[in-house]
Design a protein around this ligand. Structure first.
Ligand SMILES: [Cu+2]
Length: 141
């Protein structure tokens, strides 16, 4: 008679880590889904980007070739920032670069409208003032 409830209790305690893991996984999947829809939506055209010292957040995007895109660049840092998008040659400081306002002051926002290259691939963007830290990529499908 005493063994029955003990066994039941053992099973419940034994299952708890499994249930907790499932709950955690479900939560993680939900979060991941949200962030990928925010940073990875080929059909969306407008994106809010935080420019800090010295990073872009988010800094990975996926677009359709030829898509017109608007980046709302918000400088939340104390340094000046900008964005230079390497064009179809994926090389900086060439004729096909597209650039935001060249100086976006600390605390300021700037709307940057540009057109995605028509060739599929992985391309880079960066800040001219922080070219090794403020960097990101975009995939053209
Ligand atoms: Cu910068």
């Amino acid at each position: 008679m005493l063994k029955q409830p003990r066994r039941g209790l053992t099973i419940v305690i034994g299952l708890f880590p499994v249930l907790a893991a499932i709950a955690l996984l479900a939560a993680a999947c939900g979060g991941g889904g949200d962030s990928s829809s925010a940073t990875n939506t080929p059909s969306g055209n407008t994106f809010d980007i935080t420019m800090g010292d010295n990073f872009y957040k988010p800094n990975e995007f996926t677009f359709k070739g030829g898509q017109k895109v608007t980046f709302n660049l918000n400088n939340t840092g104390i340094a000046i920032h900008m964005m230079r998008i390497a064009g179809i040659d994926n090389t900086y400081n060439t004729a096909d670069d597209q650039t935001s306002e060249m100086v976006i002051q600390a605390g300021q926002s700037s709307k940057f409208e540009w057109t995605v290259p028509t060739k599929a691939g992985l391309y880079n963007f960066r800040c001219d003032y922080h070219p090794t830290d403020s960097i990101g990529t975009y995939t053209v499908q």
